[in-house]
Design a protein around this ligand. Structure first.
Ligand code: DC
Length: 220
């Protein structure tokens, strides 16, 4: 295929989208956008303002009135000018983000911003609905899957590496809960686009997955 200008990488929680997206973008000299970080950033702001995460009206208004940006170094996430790159990984955000991401008014605002970010092309965008909704015309759509145990193991190791407390069973239970919310919400549920190339990453290293994607593009 001719070199794609827009690449969508979707998949469930901890399927390796961000790691792969970053590696691929680096390799191609493209921009990487992690759309999960945008939903997390908004969730962080909502928690800070003590907004009820079940209040769709308030959350939609908040989305419309909050400025979320990506800034160097390393694509830090800014909310109304505050760097929240670390905070958006906190468990409070992690626990609440699926609720915020199911709100139609929130998705409408963030999807529009994501399309804006992709407008100039040369972009790798990772999320849940990039191939189906945000960038339906992306020339390459990849959908990563991995078993729930493998995904829990990766999350566990990530937390341990960051020096944070980690409980494998609790992580596994949370992944199951979040998969359910993400898959069963009525708007943009987690599902591959019909033309997406599905890669099962169980037992594969990030470099092996990268090679597979590059070979789909006729590179590598
Ligand atoms: O990829 P992640 O774990 O950072 O995503 C955080 C949450 O945001 C997750 O519950 C799914 C949701 N999300 C979404 O609904 N649509 C996207 N494009 C990206 C993330």
């Amino acid at each position: 295929m001719p070199k794609p200008s827009m690449i969508a990488i979707d998949g469930p929680v901890a399927s390796g989208k961000s790691t792969l997206g970053r590696l691929l973008a680096q390799r191609l000299g493209y921009r990487f956008v992690d759309t999960g970080a945008m939903y997390r950033a908004l969730t962080w702001r909502a928690i800070k303002l003590s907004i009820d995460l079940e209040d769709e009206e308030e959350l939609s208004q908040l989305a419309a009135n909050t400025k979320i940006e990506f800034a160097p170094p390393g694509d830090n996430v800014l909310v109304d000018g505050h760097d929240v790159t670390r905070e958006i990984q906190d468990w409070q955000v992690e626990a609440g983000v699926s609720l915020v991401a199911r709100v139609a008014g929130v998705r409408k605002v963030l999807v529009e911003q994501q399309r804006g970010l992709a407008q100039k092309g040369e972009i790798v965008m990772a999320g849940r609905d990039i191939g189906t909704t945000v960038l339906p015309h992306a020339e390459l759509k990849v959908y990563l899957v991995a078993s729930i145990e493998e995904r829990a193991r990766r999350r566990y190791l990530e937390l341990v590496e960051r020096g944070e407390a980690a409980d494998y069973e609790a992580i596994l239970a949370d992944l199951i809960r979040r998969d359910e919310i993400d898959s069963e919400r009525p708007i943009s549920p987690l599902q591959p686009a019909p033309e997406a190339r599905i890669i099962d990453t169980d037992g594969l290293s990030a470099d092996q997955v990268l090679s597979e994607i590059l070979s789909m593009m006729g590179e590598g």
